[in-house]
Write a protein that binds this ligand. Structure first.
Ligand code: OAD
Length: 256
């Protein structure tokens, strides 16, 4: 594991210590070290191996619900097996220092599992199902080993249910987006963790943060389109960088 660049780490710790409120914008990279594949990385990314048109659109679900459900059930299995990692835990621990809102593109539910209390799920949640006809939602018990079970149906109207996830061509949930935007307006420090910053409107939140007064810290082992525009770029994995930042805050004298 490489050491964090000391200059960048100190700048990040200073910004977090000086902040009154923190917003964390997270993506698939924060769950990568739980063994859950990201989307756009060459070779290992889900979209390098599967076609979004076949699996993550309303048209695909209408055409082949078994195939779509098979894929989401497989992903549930990976998530349940992987569980939270030190990156999720560090963001939850950051709440001991400051109010932290998390706006995540992830659907895995792992921020909540790690204990974060204020989460806006921009792309839905893989553990929730939504009726394709009457929009009733239900949260599934964590029973991932159901890859071959019959397709789920709505307990109210009997129509097929779908994963409560934002598919390509669909709108983001308005309440989650509004909470992310509010978090952005109120935060004086924004952490951007584990996202390629390529998917809108989530990527627009990062652009707004960069254009605004908050200090923006990116945590990503790879460069992204915003890396040269952020205030601090920590070129490291989330499970390495985030615990290091929280440990430095724990060691620093309290500042309010
Ligand atoms: P991507 O797969 O596009 O990007 C993942 C990012 O995580 C990359 O920039 C990696 O360099 C970085 N990364 C990898 N390992 C990391 C680690 N250990 N620590 C920190 N960063 C790491 O994933 P997202 O940006 O989240 O949408 O993708 C956005 C959306 O595209 C997803 O929510 C999904 C997808 O289509 C839906 O499914 C609705």
């Amino acid at each position: 594991m490489t050491e964090l660049d000391t200059h960048a780490r100190d700048a990040a710790v200073r910004a977090l210590a000086d902040a009154r409120r923190i917003l964390a914008l997270t993506g698939a990279g924060i769950s990568a070290e739980s063994g859950i594949p990201t989307f756009r990385e060459a070779q290992t990314g889900l979209w390098a191996r599967f076609s979004p048109e076949d699996l993550a659109t309303p048209e695909a679900f209408a055409r082949e619900p078994e195939r779509v459900w098979g894929w989401y059930r497989w992903r549930r299995t990976l998530i349940a097996r992987g569980g939270v990692n030190a990156g999720h835990e560090a963001l939850a621990a950051l709440e001991h220092h400051r109010p932290v809102r998390i706006a995540t593109q992830n659907v895995d539910g792992l921020h909540a599992a790690a204990g974060s209390s204020d989460i806006a799920e921009l792309h839905g949640n893989i553990w929730r199902e939504r009726c394709s006809a009457c929009a009733t939602t239900a949260t599934m018990a964590v029973a991932p080993a159901d890859e071959d079970a019959p397709l789920p149906v709505c307990s109210r109207c009997g129509a097929p249910t779908r994963p409560d996830i934002v598919w390509f061509g669909e709108m983001l949930p308005a309440d989650a987006l509004a909470r992310a935007e509010q978090g952005l307006n109120e935060a004086d420090c924004v952490l951007v963790v584990g996202t390629s910053n390529r998917v809108y409107p989530a990527a627009a939140l990062v652009e707004t943060a960069i254009a605004g007064p908050a200090t923006v810290i990116e945590v990503n082992p790879e460069a992204t389109p915003v890396s040269t525009a952020v205030d601090v770029a920590l070129r490291a994995s989330a499970s390495h960088a985030l615990p290091a930042l929280v440990a430095a805050l724990d060691a620093a004298p309290a500042r309010r």
